[in-house]
Design a protein around this ligand. Structure first.
Ligand code: SF4
Length: 370
């Protein structure tokens, strides 16, 4: 696209956005707190999945002080099921930073925003443009795809030089009078008409500017990145059950540093409350028995009877996880510092990962069937 076409291009896209944009709750105000929460929730997560979480989160934590003062467990509980829990921990940490260093007001300078936990270039640009009308152009995978098609850019878009060129293009195209609307319009175009598969070029308000459409290669762009080979992970988990139907769950690590070094419980599971879990090593029952004997204050650990609960499958990015859960019936659930002794069905109300949820459900279904 030539520079002299920019005004016409901007006009076409902004008019379409004004007419067809979705009514999303975070678009109804310029409150940086709401925009920030939505942007973090929307990372790697679809709008439809975010909507109920956003409403619940805002109801419980209506402003940055409420979020900063909440216990981390409560923040994780409200996040439970949304995945990528590091986002919730960072959000909580950043809320504390905003209260401690900025008097509870979201900072307005990019360098200060980038100091906040969990905020990178994209999120900083999104918040600053949408909340404060700062002329900052966003570039994420969605916007990059649209720009790559408009300019018929071939190759891996995440390759650093190509990504920098796309950021330069995004900066040049930015409508500086309404940067928040502009960024959202580009993102909306990517989400609604120019998705990764089957772009709807006939409905596109900027099709006359689009090089990929003219060349008939819109569907081929962006070109595929080399995918990481899927990795199979096998785990074994112990679901204790005593006569009062209580079970045992272990706490998430107190700090992210601890989670890095804690290799006996795979970090995939241990970031939230979880059942005692170990790598299965090809022999899930044996691996679990040795672990329980070595780690828990159990009498007669060696003769524990483990009831197999089938297998639970789960996929996280490139990892294909299989968990072999076992029911371990005991008179009394062992006591451990920091661990929770809790009714099996109440585990579903704790901040737990979807994987732990599946294991708990497998145990509950087994108990109902017995
Ligand atoms: Fe995307 Fe098609 Fe519009 Fe080009 S014309 S921006 S490929 S929807």
């Amino acid at each position: 696209m030539k520079d002299e076409q920019f005004p016409e291009f901007r006009e076409a896209l902004l008019s379409w956005f004004a007419k067809f944009q979705r009514d999303l709750p975070w678009r109804r105000s310029q409150d940086p707190y709401r925009i920030w929460i939505s942007e973090i929730m929307l990372q790697q997560t679809r709008v439809a999945a975010v909507l109920p979480y956003f409403e619940r989160f805002l109801e419980r934590f209506p402003d940055v002080r409420a979020l900063a003062e909440a216990p981390q467990e409560e923040v994780l509980r409200l996040w439970s099921g949304l995945g990528y829990y590091g986002r919730a921990r960072n959000l909580h940490q950043a809320a504390k930073q905003i209260v401690a260093s900025h008097g509870g007001q979201f900072p307005r300078s990019k360098s200060e925003v980038l100091q906040l936990a969990g905020i990178g270039e994209y999120t900083a640009a999104a918040i600053l443009s949408m909340a404060f009308d700062e002329p900052a152009a966003v570039l994420d995978g969605n916007v990059a795809r649209v720009l790559a098609r408009l300019e018929a850019v071939r190759g891996d878009l995440r390759e650093p030089q190509r990504w920098r060129a796309l950021q330069t293009r995004a900066d040049e195209l930015l409508e500086r009078k309404v940067p928040g609307d502009w960024n959202q319009a580009l993102m909306e175009l990517g989400a609604m008409l120019c998705p990764p598969r089957a772009p709807r070029c006939l409905l596109c308000p900027v099709r006359q500017f689009c090089a990929a459409r003219k060349l008939g290669i819109a569907e081929e762009l962006p070109q595929k990145r080399k995918k990481r080979a899927p990795a199979a992970v096998e785990l074994a988990a112990a679901v204790f059950l005593d006569a009062d139907r209580n079970s045992l769950v272990l706490p998430p690590p107190a700090s992210s540093a601890e989670s890095q070094t804690d290799d006996y419980v795979p970090s995939l599971v241990a970031k939230l409350w979880h059942f005692p879990t170990v790598p299965a090593g090809g022999h899930p029952e044996t691996a679990l028995k040795s672990f329980l004997a070595a780690s828990l204050p159990l009498e007669n650990a060696k003769v524990l009877r483990l009831e197999a609960l089938g297998k639970v499958r789960h996929t996280v990015t490139y990892r294909r996880i299989t968990v072999w859960p076992f029911l371990v019936r005991t008179k009394i659930v062992p006591r451990l510092t920091g661990a929770k002794r809790i009714a099996l069905d109440q585990i579903l109300d704790l901040p737990i990962s979807n994987l732990t949820r599946k294991v708990a459900r497998a145990a509950l279904n087994h108990e109902t069937a017995v």
